[in-house]
Design a protein around this ligand. Structure first.
Ligand code: ADP
Ligand code: MG
Length: 477
């Protein structure tokens, strides 16, 4: 027996009591001694192990790698190695082991020259955890890389440490551009007061849903709904914050549209009622005014009277615009040629266009179908063309187009005028919103209302200094 394996040696006691699986192996690979920890680990008794090759218990897929190292060791190319291997437990299950082999050379004790000390640490649990973690990590990657929502990881003070690729479609940035930046630098200044992120250390709630505007790379803002959650470590400290942001611009816009159309119908009803009431006294006032002017034979009060008459006419103009609101309900609808209508409207403005040096260009597709509509549709084109010409006091081009796409008629009225600033865009179409000295602020509201009654849509696109495009889409049926 090997001297250092006698029952009283320190090595022998360590060998027996070690929680790490241990074996002594000869250069032919056969086991001379196995400790209890190894027996438990692989599921064999020590007597079953003796004279067995430990390599026979290695998982076939790992035996190649195991043999290469073993051969290098017994040929003296190295004095030890460490390798992770799977072993087959007697029960058939797989045991992951961290194998450590060291050589004791030239012992000359009758068992051959060299002896090898094998130590195996059971790392099955660790491996399982690693694998689970890897799976979770892959899943997370899959979700965040493919989600339509933008997923962000932020430090507790709001610095972006991860950003998912959805940011490209949603906000036009590359994920890398945002790493290291503070999220709230991209928020609309009016939406900053929430400040949940910046005071996240003191705020007691750990998750919340927040709606705010966020800046697109090209400068405009989109509406985002973000679900944010603070992630805490075992000590309760925030490690980071995870946030998922969804583009809800369209939702907000359609909500706005509904609100506006509700407001419109209310204002419309009210306005139409008032207009009827005003019109009658106004007609008699105007009649008497004209009589009164005829009686002023030497014209001493002419200036005053002219002002009064033009003021009455202005009131009349407002009232007629308001009255259009009441008409659609009882007006008959008929099939009408929109090309003819547009020609009539542009002819109406030829004089004014000449005066302002505005060139009218018409582009109508051939054979456009007629549209089932009320005569009030004329008013829409009049209002829009009027606005367009008024936006070009120093001349320009007015382009009127009509074309069919599937079962819709598209009418576009485009000018090269001063355009509408973005902050005013939201107010366009609100009753009485005007930027003109003598404007009524009713033209577009009335037009939208009429188009709505025809189940059509109206859209305004504008850029300051470049011009405005109004697009009307009407159903053909
Ligand atoms: P009004 O013309 O009486 O002001 P509207 O309802 O027709 O009322 O238009 C409201 C406002 O919308 C205008 O005062 C103007 O500021 C803006 N607007 C409408 N159309 C145009 C356009 N083509 N170009 C520039 N601004 C426009
Ligand atoms: Mg107008």
């Amino acid at each position: 027996m090997l001297s250092y394996l006698n029952d009283h040696s320190l090595f022998s006691r360590t060998f027996e009591k070690s929680p790490i699986g241990m074996a002594l192996v000869l250069s032919n690979g056969r086991i001379v001694k196995a400790n209890p920890a190894l027996c438990t680990m692989i599921g064999y008794t020590e007597s079953e192990f003796i004279d067995l090759r430990l390599s026979s218990k290695v998982h076939p897929e790992d035996s190649g790698a195991a043999l290469i190292s073993w051969h290098q060791l017994i040929q003296g190319e190295m004095d030890g190695y460490q390798i992770q291997l799977r072993y087959l437990h007697k029960s058939g299950s797989i045991v992951w082991g961290l194998l450590n082999v060291t050589a004791e050379r030239n012992l000359h004790e009758g068992y051959g020259d060299d002896l090898f000390i094998v130590q195996i640490v059971d790392i099955t649990e660790q491996k399982k955890k690693e694998e689970e973690f890897k799976k979770i990590e892959e899943l997370h990657k899959l979700i965040s890389e493919h989600s339509q929502d933008v997923i962000l990881r932020l430090t507790p003070d709001g610095m972006i440490s991860y950003c998912s690729p959805a940011i490209r479609n949603q906000l036009g940035y590359e994920p890398d551009e945002l790493i290291g930046k503070y999220a709230y630098e991209y928020w609309h200044p009016e939406d900053l007061n929430g400040g949940w992120l910046r005071k996240s250390n003191t705020d007691p709630s750990d998750s919340r849903i927040h709606v705010y505007r966020i800046r697109h790379k090209s400068g405009h803002y989109i509406w985002q709904e973000a679900h944010s959650k603070k992630i805490r470590n075992a000590a309760g400290e925030i490690q980071h914050v995870i946030s998922m942001g969804r583009d809800i611009t369209e939702r907000i816009q359609s909500e706005e549209l509904i609100r506006r159309s509700e407001k419109l119908s209310l204002v419309g009803e009210l306005a139409a009622g008032i207009a009827h009431e005003i019109r009658n006294p106004l007609t008699s006032l105007r009649g008497f005014m004209q009589l009164y002017m005829k009686e002023d034979l030497n014209g001493s009060k002419k200036l005053r009277n002219d002002v009064m008459l033009s003021e009455i006419d202005r009131i009349n103009e407002i009232v007629s615009e308001l009255l259009v609101l009441a008409k659609p309900s009882n007006e008959v609808s008929a099939l009408r040629d929109m090309v003819q209508t547009l020609n009539q409207v542009t002819r109406l403005f030829e004089g004014q266009a000449n005066l302002y040096n505005v060139q009218i260009i018409k582009e109508f597709d051939a054979n456009l179908p007629f549209i089932q509509c009320q005569i009030s549709i004329n008013q829409v084109f009049i209002n829009i063309v009027k606005n367009a010409i008024e936006s070009m006091p120093n001349g320009g081009e007015l382009i009127v187009q009509a074309k069919q796409m599937k079962n819709h008629l598209y009418i576009r009225i485009q000018d090269t005028g001063y355009g509408i600033p973005q902050e005013e865009m939201a107010k366009i179409g609100n009753p009485f919103f005007t930027t003109k000295e003598t404007g009524t602020g009713l033209g577009l509201m009335v037009s939208m209302r009429i188009i709505q009654n025809h189940k059509g849509t109206m859209r305004i696109d504008s850029e300051v200094g470049k011009g405005t495009m109004v697009e009307i889409i009407l159903p053909i049926d």
